[in-house]
Write a protein that binds this ligand. Sequence first.
Ligand code: PLP
Length: 415
Amino acid sequence: MRNSAAAKLSVPAFLHPFAATGRSEFVSLVAGHGSTVVDRQGKEYLDAIASLWCVNVGHGRAEVIDAVTDQMRALATYNTFGQWTNEPADLLACRIAERAPMADARVFFTNSGSEAVDTAMKLARLTHSLLGEPDRVAILARDGAYHGTTYGGTSAQGIEVNRAGFEPFVGEVAHAGRHDLDDMARLFAERGPTVAAVLCEPIQGASGVHPPEPGYLAGLRRLCDRHGALLIMDEVITGFGRTGRWFASSAEDTRPDLVTFAKAVTSGYIPLGGVIVGTRVRAALEADPDMILRTGFTYSGHPTAAAAGNACLDIAEHDDLLSRARSVGTALSSGLHALLADDLVSEVRGEGAIWAIDLPDRAGRSAIDTAGSLVDAGIIVRPIGPSTLAMCPPLVITDAEIDRLIDTLAATLAD
Ligand code: PLP
């Protein structure tokens, strides 16, 4: 340890997110290529969670590294407030708008998914305020939702353990049952014309991979239309190809007003997120062309991050990662359903290339312990809650690697 102050501690100076505060042992990673990451001792791991649901193009892609390096040499950083802009950000905004699940969109950039969610919540409230309905402030979210960890996202998320101790939250946020349209309708009825927006992941990820029931997303759209509310789809995990479509919310008649994204837009190589802004919000924001949009971040539209985003879009197109997501999904689904048929897991859920399994009660082993055994065997999956393991591999994962993942899961679960 270089730092002498840190050397006196029994734990490292680096206070890790979502980790035990007294943890002193960590796996230090030094390299990555394709679907593999390598630790300091040279041990290789199959990264079946794509870091944290993000490295769609795989690790170590020279195209991204070159694009980032070239951009850094030309202009590493500059803000985009007011008059300033840069070509990579302009280009990426156009390319994202072209692929958006709504027509005539514009794109606002952030650094992370959490900032994207906060910004979408602010834009929803601002839209109604500009349209003369300042009392429309309520945000309706869902049990089990994960929307990040800034105050907007913490307030909107429906995973209680992530909220405990952080109160008081952003006001006027309420939660409906996970797939329960009637419960959402009840929240609308109770709040009358004060609902600004519904906020929804098309597939709930961090609470254990829960795809929507057929018709659920279209049902949310209908509720929003009936009550004059906006629909925000949080596509931080699902955006940029994970389900075999650029955005998951284009599957049903969802027509979102705002879409949040992050993660796979740059495959996590450089932090980048954003909000896709549809026509209803645009109309409010642009009604007075002199109005200053007083929100944003020092690094919104960061040229180097945008260069990484453009390189990742090039790869997704060149390698046809949307089709690959569908075939990865088919292979994962059949492998995981074979584990179900063998009674090694109690439930399999997923869509496209994002899946989860539940461990049976009789396994007598927690998801964390099982994920630990899998790490020993060179496989990284994500333990979620007491008994769920999630998988969301790079879309470049090979068929042989998927076989290895399923075989190692089978051997570990049978153990
Ligand atoms: N929204 C969703 C659906 C997410 O899954 C996440 C992170 O996993 C976030 C928001 C927050 O993104 P970030 O961790 O980049 O702030």
